[in-house]
Design a protein around this ligand. Structure first.
Ligand code: SF4
Length: 327
C-alpha cells in the first residue's frame, strides 16, 4: 500500500551514475530492506543499508559520503530548513488509498470550519478530503507550515505550524493518518478539538481523551522535577534536532534558580544512554516527543524546555506549551 517508488529510485541511481548508494529506512520499513536492496542493485549500484535508528528527516544520515555516493532516505519528506543535496533522494512512501467513503460516512462529526492536516504518507489525500468537506457545506482550511514543513497541511511530531496558521479560522481539525503521534502534535499545539480519520481502517475518533491522559502524566513529571536540585540538559547531535541555544538558555535559568545544570550531547536518547548519570531530572532539547510520549520508560523525569520552566516556577501551569521545534 505504501509506494516505495523502486523504479523511479533505480532510474535516479542509474541516471546519476552512482556506484554505491546508502539506504536509510524508518523502523516501520526496515522489514523491507532486502526487497529495496535487491531492487536498487538492479540499477547497478552497491547498496548499503544504514542500520542505525531513524525517526524523521531530522536525523537523515548526513555523513553518507563516508560510505556511498548517494543516500536514499525512505518514509519522510525532506526538511527544507536543512537545505538540499542533489545526492540525497527522499522517498516519501505515500499511501495509495482514498478517504472518500469513510469521510462521507463520518462527516456529521465535523463542525462548520475544518482545518485539514495529514502525515506525509497521507498528504496526497488532503485535496480529496477538502472537496468532500466543502461539498457538505462546510469550509476546509489548509495552510503551509514553517521551514521544517514540506507540504501544506503537513504535520510533524514536533511541528504543527500548518495547523497554527489556520487555528483562529477553524472550529476543529481533521487529521488524515494512522496512530496518535502526529495528530497529538496538532492537538497540543492548538487549542482546537482534533478528529483523526484513519484512511486504512476508515475509523474516525477524537483525540481529546488521549491528549488529557498524556497531559496528566506530564504534570506528574513536572511536579517531581520541581523538587530536583541537579538537572542534566540534553543536546542532540542530529542536525534537525540540535537546539544548543535553547539548551544554554534553560541551563542559565536553572542556575539562576540556585540549582545545578549539566549539559550532555547525545545521538540517541533512551533509558540506556541516560542510565549512568546521577542527576534528579533531565531537560531534553532534542526531539520533544521523547520527553512527552516516552518518559514512562525513563527512571527520572525527562522534561521539555517549557515544562522545565514550569518546574522552576518561571511559567504557570495554565501557560503549558507544546515544545515545537522552530527553525
Ligand atoms: Fe519527528 Fe522528533 Fe524529528 Fe520532529 S524531531 S521530525 S518529531 S523525530
Amino acid at each position: 500500500m505504501f509506494d516505495l517508488e523502486l523504479e523511479r529510485t533505480a532510474r535516479w541511481i542509474r541516471s546519476n551514475g552512482y556506484s554505491r548508494v546508502a539506504v536509510q529506512l524508518p523502523e516501520g520499513l526496515k522489514l523491507r530492506a532486502p526487497e529495496i536492496s535487491d531492487a536498487l542493485k538492479s540499477a547497478g549500484a552497491e547498496v548499503i543499508i544504514v542500520g542505525r535508528p531513524c525517526y524523521g528527516a531530522c536525523d537523515y544520515y548526513s555523513d553518507y559520503k563516508r560510505i556511498a555516493d548517494a543516500l536514499v532516505h525512505y518514509g519522510h519528506s525532506a526538511m527544507p530548513s536543512l537545505g538540499t543535496d542533489p545526492d540525497v533522494l527522499f522517498v516519501e512512501a505515500r499511501a495509495d488509498c482514498s478517504v472518500a467513503g469513510p469521510l462521507a460516512k463520518h462527516i456529521g462529526m465535523l463542525p462548520a470550519n475544518v482545518g485539514v492536516l495529514a502525515s506525509i504518507q497521507y498528504i496526497g489525500l488532503i485535496p480529496e478530503a477538502a472537496g468532500i468537506i466543502e461539498s457538505s457545506g462546510r469550509k476546509a482550511f489548509i495552510s503551509a507550515g514553517d521551514k521544517r514543513i514540506m507540504y501544506p497541511g503537513q504535520v510533524l511530531g514536533c511541528d504543527c505550524s500548518a495547523a497554527e496558521a489556520v487555528s483562529d479560522s477553524v472550529d476543529a481539525f481533521l487529521f488524515l493518518g494512522e496512530g496518535d503521534f502526529h495528530p497529538l502534535a496538532a492537538a497540543f499545539g492548538t487549542e482546537k478539538e482534533l478528529f483523526v480519520l484513519n484512511p486504512v481502517t476508515g475509523e474516525m475518533r477524537s483525540i481529546e481523551s488521549i491528549k488529557d491522559r498524556i497531559l496528566r502524566k506530564r504534570f506528574a513529571s513536572i511536579t517531581i522535577a520541581s523538587e530536583a536540585e541537579r538537572f542534566m540538559i540534553i543536546i542532540c547531535s542530529k542536525a534537525g534536532q540540535n537546539r544548543s541555544s535553547e539548551a544554554e538558555k534553560i541551563a542559565d535559568k536553572i542556575r539562576e534558580a540556585g540549582k545545578k545544570a549539566y549539559t550532555i550531547l547525545l545521538d540517541e536518547i533512551n533509558p540506556d544512554t541516560l542510565a549512568h548519570y546521577r542527576v534528579d531530572a533531565f531537560v531534553n532539547t532534542a526531539c520533544p516527543r521523547i520527553a512527552m510520549d516516552e518518559s514512562a520508560r525513563f527512571g527520572k523525569p525527562v522534561l521539555t524546555v517549557p515544562e522545565a520552566e514550569i518546574a522552576l516556577g518561571l511559567r504557570t501551569w495554565e501557560d503549558y506549551q507544546f515544545d515545537a521545534i522552530r527553525d
